[in-house]
Write a protein that binds this ligand. Structure first.
Ligand SMILES: *Cc1c(COP(=O)(O)O)cnc(C)c1O
Length: 415
């Protein structure tokens, strides 16, 4: 496609330059309709059996976005006690929060116990600690189904070579530890990794986890984790994840399990990226263009502190150029090979390398697509840059500031 922004009318009639003038750049801009649609998609992955979609808020923990998730009836996942507290603050009920931490202190485990939040233990050691703290209590354990999936080695969280979860061969010992403390393991979970477009490894992991589930009788829930991918190469017509086909195969595995064990637990998945990713574009301004010894660069105000994924994972984000409020596309402009960078003093501060893009001019706006997941939530203050602001384009077309930009006072407030 030529332009995602145009194809979905992303700004809902608002002029990008007006938004930039009002709120400044860099700016995370969310579209409420797209966000709610993605939430509804994950909420309905399984319809035949009791099922909840737990929004994994590490992908995006903006309070307003969490509140929309709550309105849409999603449960939520927290990977730190702070995320659990942010969820409670946003109005999520404690029964709908699942805490899936790793390597946490006794104090953090105790806080979760005091808050009454279901916790998944990620190692025998942590299970033992939890047992001592919460004798006779209830918990879940995170299991490694033996297969991983994901877009980068750094985001594959199961299979061999990962710090996460309890392996199959330790399962009996986990059950013994729980017994020692009269702990009831009421749920099991897994998370195989992030961003798969081919569901085969995930479905294999589902199979494996269901196999492990047979070690228990009457689990209250089985949670299969997140990782559903989004097409980051939409401008090259990459197709979305096929939820319809996936759900059929997923349900077939659940059918088989239920008929074998004779009971129906609550099933869960934990999407983070899929929920928030496509609803957001990151707006930035080009402040310089240059030709360094034959190599063309465009320098923007979107540094690796604002969006770290390209620097950290070599991730691809499509970029659209906006000039005079119109999207400049390969169809209406010359293209050239260019490297788009940020404003951080690091040579790895790169948004895209040698990419064929419409000719970029100083003063243009750029829109980095699919920025809603692991975007703002991975921002930093390196180079003493402010974390950016976030704006929501509401369903009725208004723009609403949903998090203000940091200020110098914020940076100085810790002293
Ligand atoms: C990060 C994470 C998720 C969400 O992964 P996505 O790829 O964003 O869907 C789910 N479960 C756990 C335990 C996680 O750590």
């Amino acid at each position: 496609m030529d332009s995602y922004i145009n194809s979905v009318d992303f700004f809902k009639g608002n002029k990008p330059e007006d938004i930039a003038a009002q709120y400044g750049t860099p700016l995370y801009v969310y579209n409420e309709d797209i966000l709610r649609n993605c939430m509804r998609t994950v909420k309905n992955i399984i319809t035949k059996y009791p099922y909840t979609a737990n929004f994994s808020i590490k992908a995006n923990s903006n309070l307003h976005i969490i509140k929309i998730a709550i309105e849409e009836g999603l449960n939520c996942d927290a990977v730190s006690i702070n995320e659990a507290k942010i969820l409670l603050h946003a109005g999520q009920s404690k029964e709908k929060i699942f805490f899936v931490p790793n390597n946490v202190s006794e104090e953090e485990l105790q806080e979760a116990i005091d808050l009454g939040i279901m916790t998944a233990l990620d190692s025998l050691d942590q299970l033992e600690r939890y047992g001592k703290l919460n004798k006779g209590g209830r918990c879940a354990i995170r299991l490694n189904p033996g297969v991983g999936a994901g877009h980068h080695e750094k985001v594959i969280t199961a299979g061999k070579n990962t710090k996460f979860a309890i392996v199959d061969s330790d399962l009996d010992e986990a059950i013994a530890i729980a017994k020692k403390y009269d702990l009831k393991i009421v749920g099991i979970c897994q998370h195989v990794g992030s961003l798969f477009m081919d569901p085969t490894p995930f479905l294999q992991a589902v199979k494996n986890l269901l196999y492990m589930a047979k070690k228990f009788d009457n689990l209250e829930f089985i949670d299969f984790g997140g990782g559903y991918g989004v097409p980051y190469h939409k401008l090259a017509d990459e197709q979305p994840f096929d939820f319809e086909g996936f759900s059929k195969k997923f349900e077939a595995l659940l059918d088989e399990f239920i008929s074998e064990v004779g009971y129906t637990p609550l099933f869960k998945t934990e999407p983070g990226r899929y929920v928030a990713c496509e609803s957001c574009v990151l707006l930035g301004r080009i402040h310089a263009t240059k030709n360094n010894a034959g190599k063309k660069f465009a320098g923007s105000d979107i540094g690796m502190t604002t969006l770290v994924r390209p620097s950290l994972y070599d991730s691809h984000h499509d970029i659209e150029i906006i000039r005079d409020n119109e999207v400049v596309t390969p169809a209406n402009s010359e293209v050239e090979s260019i490297t788009v960078t940020g404003n951080i003093c690091e040579s790895g501060d790169i948004l895209c390398k040698d990419r064929e893009l419409p000719v970029i001019k100083t003063g243009d706006l750029i829109a980095v697509l699919d920025a809603g997941a692991y975007g703002y939530s991975m921002c930093s203050e390196y180079n003493s840059r402010f974390k950016p602001a976030e704006v929501l384009i509401t369903s009725n077309g208004d723009t609403k500031l949903i998090r203000r930009r940091q200020t110098l006072e914020d940076l100085l407030s810790l002293y």
